[in-house]
Ligand binder design. Structure first.
Ligand code: GLV
Ligand code: MN
Ligand code: MN
Length: 393
């Protein structure tokens, strides 16, 4: 983690901004390759931009661990990289101990887990499993209008080969992702680690409000069709649709872009992104329905239009019960934790036995530079992951 501490720091936002195929993320890919080779692993990049480091000849049914190296804009140091660094450390420990796996072990780095650049989270694992058609992924654009296809080409990939990868999928016999805990779930639990139970259903919607651009000083309020007004009312509708407890319905507007975006300019358009999650699909759908209804009413009141697009949906995930129990028994019955955060493990869970380990986060904060894990707890995470790999492989 210290080796990558200066890669992708974001001076404007604080924390890290590491987005798929940008300079920082490519530097992290090189760091991973070098580090994995130093541990004695063979590195291979799949058709969808995910990186694999193998202990043993790649074969069907391997024990796979790993996570991602990209971040949200201005994110913390641990979300993603902790799972990758811990995986390398756990493998190195097993090799130094003279452990001889009966099954191959692989450490994987999935591409674009956060969707921080192209909007759809877990793009690498979704492409690999066929959860997103390559045509849709390749035409996604970043904030500058660059398509995923162009960014991938520039990074040396062949977009024509992106898509469902049955060979890579068959090689995953079991997947265990270690991740920093992203809420307050372990603060008072008296344990540095937990075993995951599942992931709440969640999705992302884009609401584009269009009105009429004009001059902030000369356009009378009565004459305005200002899309910022319904956008603002939508933000409040999201808060109103959410509950107050950590497991209650969540609805968040974390990104809002006025176009053209000038202090003295009434925007012609405002794009707003809604993230909504709940413990059940129905509650998520109800919240999104209420918020989009409020958005339509607010747009109408202001003489604006609104277009609503679902950008991604991730259904509820329950991790494999047998694997979960095995992880718990192996690790001396640590606490079980559900999560409201999405992971590549959630995508893979539809295909192979999948589990997660969480490392305590004393701040309880994530997707922020305040995200943290103490060294001793990270060490406990590595030890737990090493035990799990020993048990499974
Ligand atoms: C990923 O971290 C997500 O839950 O948005
Ligand atoms: Mn994240
Ligand atoms: Mn993550």
């Amino acid at each position: 983690m210290a080796e990558i501490a200066t890669i992708g720091t974001d001076r404007a936002r604080g924390g890290y901004s590491r987005h798929v195929f940008d300079t920082a993320e490519r530097e992290l890919r090189e760091w991973f390759t070098t580090s994995a080779e130093r541990v004695g692993l063979d590195v291979d990049v799949d058709r969808n931009g995910n990186i694999w480091a193998w202990w043993g000849t790649p074969a069907d049914g391997a024990v796979v661990t790993g996570s991602h190296l990209d971040s949200v804009p201005g994110g913390g140091a641990f979300d993603g990289p902790l799972g990758v660094a811990s995986a390398l450390a756990a493998v190195e420990r097993l090799r130094n101990d003279g452990f001889r796996p009966r099954r191959p072990i692989a450490v994987v780095v999935f591409a674009e887990e956060e969707g921080g650049r192209f909007g759809v989270p877990c793009l690498g694992s979704r492409l690999l499993t066929g959860a997103i058609p390559p045509d849709r992924a390749l035409t996604l654009t970043d904030a500058d209008g660059t398509t995923f296809a162009d960014a991938a080409t520039k990074a040396g990939f062949d977009p024509g080969r992106f898509g469902k990868d049955d060979v890579a999928l068959a090689r995953i016999g079991t997947f265990v992702e270690l991740h920093v805990e992203q809420g307050r779930g372990l603060i008072d639990a008296g344990s540095p680690i937990a075993v995951g139970t599942g992931i709440d259903p969640h999705g992302r919607w884009r609401l584009s409000f269009t009105g009429r651009g004009d001059h902030a000083g000369t356009a009378a309020v009565a004459d305005r069709n200002d899309p910022m007004i319904p956008a603002a009312r939508t933000v409040l509708a999201a808060r109103a649709a959410a509950g107050h407890g950590p497991r209650d319905t969540r609805a968040t507007v974390g990104k809002l872009v006025p176009v053209p975006g000038g202090t003295n300019v009434i925007p012609a358009r405002v794009d707003l992104w809604l993230d909504s999650r709940a413990t059940a699909t129905e509650a998520t759908s109800e919240a999104v329905a209420a918020i989009t209804e409020a958005a339509r009413t607010a747009a109408n009141d202001e003489g604006c239009e609104v277009e609503v697009t679902e950008e991604s949906w991730s259904g509820p995930v329950s991790f494999d019960a047998r694997l979960r129990d095995r992880l718990r028994t192996t690790l001396g019955e640590p606490p079980l934790l559900p999560t409201g955060a999405g992971h590549d493990a959630g995508v893979l869970a539809a295909h192979v036995p999948t589990g997660m380990l969480y490392v305590r986060n004393p701040t309880g904060i994530s997707h922020s530079p305040a995200e943290h894990a103490e060294d001793d707890d990270c060490e406990a995470g590595v030890e737990a992951l090493a035990q799990v790999l020993r048990e499974l492989a």
